[in-house]
Design a binder for this molecule. Structure first.
Ligand SMILES: *Cc1c(COP(=O)(O)O)cnc(C)c1O
Length: 216
């Protein structure tokens, strides 16, 4: 199937309240343009340099989402245009995003990444760290960032029960913090292999790459 067919098929299978981020990392601009021409306007990348190159070359009505781990010293390259940063996992990073956003007179939307997987390698905060971050005076003083929800990545496994448990846990954290935090509205969870399960568990934003663009 073509990129367009993949995209339209996935798009039509999503509930109305779920947003699709087309994850285009490593793919050439021509592939992204195929998705763009089929109506897709939200793209996700995991490297700031690559995302910036694509942003420069592509139509300006695209919303660029940074879904990868962000290095503090590279925030400045995307501060002018990035629409949503999914993987924020420290106050230090939020402070840098705030600083760079201010230079462009912008308020940048961010999601805080929560650690839900069993693997050691995944980034993210635990529930206690999330609580501390959101309650800190430093956080409350940041005027140029907007934390609008949470993001998580499940363990890389075929064990659906395990993945479901992790997604349900993230949803419960989201619901708890949503009560205290009126800005919380996005729960980013689910990739090509597990997005249907993620939606069943309450995801409002899925990040899908290989099922649209093919393997990497
Ligand atoms: C690459 C990536 C995705 C998309 O993965 P697919 O399995 O290709 O759908 C989603 N989220 C993050 C954080 C990624 O790095």
């Amino acid at each position: 199937m073509s990129i367009k067919e993949n995209l339209l098929q996935i798009q039509s299978s999503l509930p109305e309240n779920v947003t699709l981020v087309a994850v285009s990392k490593t793919k050439p601009v021509s592939d992204l343009m195929e998705a763009y021409d089929a109506g897709q306007r939200i793209f996700g990348e995991n490297k700031i340099q690559e995302m910036t190159d694509k942003w420069e070359q592509m139509p300006k009505d695209i919303q660029w989402h940074m879904i990868g781990h962000v290095q503090t010293n590279k925030v400045k390259y995307m501060a002018e245009y990035v629409h949503l940063i999914h993987g924020v996992d420290s106050l230090k990073l939020l402070e840098e995003i705030n600083k760079q956003a201010a230079k462009h007179h912008r308020v940048i939307d961010c999601l805080l990444q929560i650690y839900i997987a069993e693997e050691e390698s995944k980034f993210g905060l635990d529930e206690k760290e999330l609580q501390e971050l959101l309650n800190s005076e430093e956080f409350k003083s940041l005027q140029n960032i907007n934390v609008i929800g949470l993001m998580g990545m499940a363990t890389f496994t075929d064990n659906k029960t395990q993945i479901k448990k992790e997604f349900e846990y993230l949803k419960s954290v989201f619901d708890t913090f949503k009560i205290q935090n009126s800005k919380f509205k996005i729960l980013s969870m689910g990739m090509s292999g597990d997005y249907k399960l993620a939606i069943e568990c309450g995801s409002t934003m899925v990040r899908i790459g290989s099922s649209i663009f093919g393997g990497r």
